[in-house]
Design a binder for this molecule. Structure first.
Ligand SMILES: [Cu+2]
Length: 460
């Protein structure tokens, strides 16, 4: 089985096929018990990842693989989920990009219960909206760079629409991740995680099986950046990407680009025309990151030889190229919520403390200090980043539309759940408060969320 395409999990649909085959047999008894248990089972357990024959990383995994199993669910079709925690730490699973109630969304800040060590939990969820989503742990790491998102607890989730025009021949899922982090002090005295291993689908370049393709195929690539802290730049030598969706949501204007930029937790779905036979590298554009392993070989049928990498000169990306023209007058009913990001230096050799509107979590999330959303109301989040870092900002349980980036004109048609707000920059997004309950807003960089860069929005 190829490393680049994790095996599909035992979904209800597959179970139905299996049970049909196994009628009357002992296998049925076992399968029936499993199905009675849940449509989807996630077992969280210690795991040693072999990123290369020389790199063994002790971490945790879902169902004994990294990334975790690819789950395919049908939009609106309820799924029973069982999660078993076989680790020594409390765990929680966040379903990223879904509209779930706060008690199962997977953030303790919203009220989802943690799963104690050796305990399990079970619930039913209705997956929506359709698109490329993912699931991951949502715990605290602090100074332990093996825990939380630094480890292997992440996986792909595809919520299939009721009808899929499928203008492609097949799908390939690629997950980017960084490993073996340690806090190092930069010139200005701040402590930042630095990594020496980087992988695609858990393997360093050259260590995994190549992704095998055929000339003339149109391959839908679903790419996820599950890195705990790092933005990644990806190109595919000899090929280009026709970007059709960002964070799983179709864009207003599909565009063909030579390079992708993915901030932590972002996803890009792009169609690649396999029209240049050979053996190629798809990987990180920055040499030192590719050298630490972030790449995968793509091999055409009947081609052989050493994988070819062509080094691009510049880093190129702009969200706006996928947007349609927006109408500033269109959403005059939107109420503005201003969110100012800043950091407080804690002294040399320390991490900085992160502030939203002058306060860290949880002080910023009292009813007096945090937004109190009215159901049905449209809001415009005006995010002003006064810090010297870029921040991938994530809103739980909702999708927002990017409306303005820096001093751009009003734009429309880019719907996301994570957006990178660059150092010193401004991004404005809009969303309708249509999913009542506590809603977590945070920077997706693990070291930043661990140091206060979160806020809980309430509903009136
Ligand atoms: Cu951040």
């Amino acid at each position: 089985m190829s490393n680049s395409v994790p095996p599909p999990a035992l979904t209800r649909r597959r179970f139905t096929q299996l049970s049909g085959m196994a009628v009357g047999s002992l296998a049925l008894a076992g399968a029936a018990r499993a199905a009675a248990a849940a449509d989807v089972t996630l077992e969280i357990a210690p795991y040693t990842l072999e990123a290369s024959p020389k790199h063994h990383i002790r971490t945790a995994a879902y169902n004994g693989q990294i990334p975790g199993p690819l789950f395919r669910m049908r939009e609106g079709e309820p799924q029973s989920v069982e999660i078993r925690n076989l680790t020594k730490d409390a765990e929680v699973v966040h379903w990223h990009g879904l509209y779930l109630p706060p008690d199962i969304d997977g953030a303790m800040e919203e009220g989802t219960p943690m799963i104690a060590p050796r305990a399990s939990t079970r619930y039913t969820m209705t997956p929506k909206p359709a698109g490329f989503r993912w699931y991951h742990t949502h715990t605290f790491a602090g100074k332990d760079l093996t825990k939380a998102q630094y480890g292997g607890l992440h996986g792909f989730l595809l919520i299939e629409p009721r009808d899929n025009p499928a203008a492609y021949d097949r799908e390939v899922f690629l997950g980017l991740h960084d490993w073996n982090g340690q806090f190092l002090s930069s010139d200005d005295g701040y402590m930042n995680p630095v990594y020496d291993v980087a992988t695609i689908n858990g393997k360093m370049l050259g260590s995994g099986d190549p992704v095998k393709v055929k000339q003339g195929e149109r391959v839908m690539m679903h790419i996820l950046n599950s890195s705990p802290t790092e933005v990644h730049w990806i190109s595919f030598s000899g090929h280009s990407f026709k970007v059709v969706a960002l964070d799983g949501n179709p864009v207003a204007q599909a565009q063909t680009v030579s390079m992708l930029r993915l901030a932590p937790a972002e996803r890009v779905s792009a169609i690649v025309e396999m029209n240049n036979p050979g053996v190629w590298v798809l990987g990180e554009v920055r040499k030192h990151v590719q050298a630490s392993g972030m790449g995968v070989v793509i091999e055409y049928a009947n081609s052989s030889g050493k994988p070819v990498w062509t080094q691009p000169e510049d880093l190129v990306w702009n969200y706006r190229q996928f947007a349609g023209a927006g109408d500033a007058a269109q959403h005059q009913d939107a109420k503005t919520i201003e969110l100012i990001f800043n950091s407080k230096f804690q002294g040399h050799g320390n991490e900085e403390l992160w502030l939203i509107n002058g306060l860290s979590y949880p002080q910023n999330s009292t009813p007096a200090n945090s937004p109190n959303l009215q159901t049905g109301q449209r809001y415009r989040l005006v995010m002003k980043n006064k810090s010297m870092d870029d921040h991938p900002m994530h809103l739980h349980r909702h999708t927002f539309e990017v409306r303005r980036i820096e001093d751009s004109p009003e734009i429309a048609g880019i719907r996301k759940d994570v957006v990178l707000v660059q150092a010193g920059g401004i991004v404005e997004v809009e969303f309708v408060a249509d999913n009542p309950g506590k809603t977590l807003f945070h920077c997706h960089q693990q070291d930043h969320m661990d140091r206060g860069f979160m806020m809980v929005f309430g509903y009136a």
